[in-house]
Design a protein around this ligand. Structure first.
Ligand SMILES: Cc1ncc(COP(=O)(O)O)c(C=O)c1O
Length: 394
């Protein structure tokens, strides 16, 4: 396999992991949906099975189509190693349960994705893992919680759905002092806009279901980072069984070939829309880290190369007004998920934080009038026009 680490990310996303060594020399890596791989020589089989020689054995462990995708994320995140999972939540839960056994302590933020919050609030404590969730953005309190001693620091930035920004460099430095592993969910930013490993993190996670796939037609999860740590999670996953299949791996890898183009468009459109909505009389607040007024803008500017395609905004009113506005939009899917070619919108109570109660959402500072808006690759002027006409109905 050729090494594409010296090229720009847009080039690596297309070429990394691809090989011309397939039978008949197809120019895209084939979908190898075989469950097992045969060997005519039992000694060769043994060498591959025992890890002494390269080769695939069984697709719960490794698979050639899945390996192409893993190589793409490895290069884009500048990692030593990468592995994959059936979903983003499988990536998160396998990583957390691999390192956090009874008696260990994890420090994280209150604003993680709703599914991740459930792991912290409901599941990890059942296994006697001590979980400390700090106010997102209160870096001093996070530093002092980390300094008390912990085994893992789990971050997400920008956060879901209010786009808060966490200073990865600062918290990774605090974690290093106590020997804690730093894990960052980089789903919202994508490797095109932010590389947590270069900022001091040990592991980076993606829900590949989102921007990496980009078309809302396949689910997957990815983990990249220090080889020694990735290998531990890989061994945990191959036995716990949350492996990525060849078909979705192919779809996600196919999506990643246009990631650079999509992200460039989505970054630019989100910025234009955020600026426009900020001045709109019917909008109370716009949450987008690219806006200079955003509380985390200075940190975002330092650690991101683009501000991403996700934003949220609140209307001057409650859920009834939100319903009216959402029903008035035309160029949108009112649906869960994010990071697709088509614009998606929803409310936290139906998307990211469906798992939480209204009271828990309000404690996280998520307004009831909040709309999460995932900017697609449509023409930005059309999206602006659509938002304006829906707002004019209110
Ligand atoms: C930031 C973030 N991380 C992880 C996940 C979970 O990913 P998946 O739905 O692929 O399990 C999501 C899903 O919305 C997310 O938004």
């Amino acid at each position: 396999m050729k090494d594409f680490s010296q090229y720009k990310k847009g080039t690596a996303a297309v070429w990394a992991g691809e090989s011309d060594q397939h039978q008949g020399s197809p120019i895209t890596a084939p979908i190898v949906s075989s469950v097992a791989f045969s060997y005519s020589d039992p000694d060769e089989w043994y060498l591959a099975a025992s890890g002494q020689a390269a080769g695939h054995i069984y697709s719960r462990n490794t698979n050639p189509t899945v390996a192409v995708l893993e190589e793409k994320i490895r290069i884009l995140e500048g990692a030593e190693a990468a592995t994959s999972f059936a979903t983003g939540m499988a990536a998160i839960s396998n990583t957390l349960f691999c390192f956090l056994v009874s008696g260990k302590r994890v420090v994280s933020i209150k604003d993680t994705y709703g599914g991740t919050s459930r792991l912290f609030l409901d599941f990890l404590p059942k296994y006697q893992v001590e979980v400390t969730l700090c106010d997102t953005g209160d870096h001093a309190s996070m530093e002092s919680e980390i300094a008390r001693g912990c085994d893992l620091v789990y971050l997400e930035t920008p956060t879901n759905p209010t786009l808060k920004i966490v200073d990865i460099t600062r918290l990774a430095a605090a974690a290093k002092k106590v020997g804690a592993i730093v894990v960052v969910d980089n789903t919202f930013a994508t490797p095109l806009n932010q590389n947590p490993l270069a900022l001091g993190a040990d592991l980076v996670i993606h829900s590949a279901t989102k921007f990496l796939c980009g078309h809302s037609d396949a689910m997957g999860g990815l983990l990249a980072g220090r080889r020694e740590l990735v290998e531990q999670v890989f061994r945990f996953r191959e036995i716990h069984g949350g492996s990525l299949q060849a078909d979705p791996a192919y779809m996600i890898g196919r999506g990643m070939k246009t990631l650079d183009l999509r992200i460039e468009r989505q970054n630019a459109s989100a910025m234009t829309i955020a600026r426009h909505l900020q001045g709109h009389p019917k909008i109370r607040e716009v949450f987008y880290p690219g806006l200079p007024e955003h509380a985390g803008h200075a940190i975002a500017k330092a650690q991101m190369t683009g501000y991403g395609g996700m934003m949220s905004f609140s209307l001057d009113g409650g859920y009834e007004l939100v319903k009216k506005f959402l029903s008035g939009l035309r160029i949108v899917h009112l649906a869960a998920s994010l990071g697709s070619v088509s614009t998606l919108a929803g409310t936290p109570r139906t998307t990211s934080h469906v798992e939480l109660t209204a009271e828990q959402r309000s404690r996280l500072g998520i307004p009831e009038g909040l709309i999460r808006y995932s900017v697609g690759i449509e023409n930005a002027e059309d999206l602006l026009g659509d938002l304006d006409q829906a707002l004019s109905l209110l």
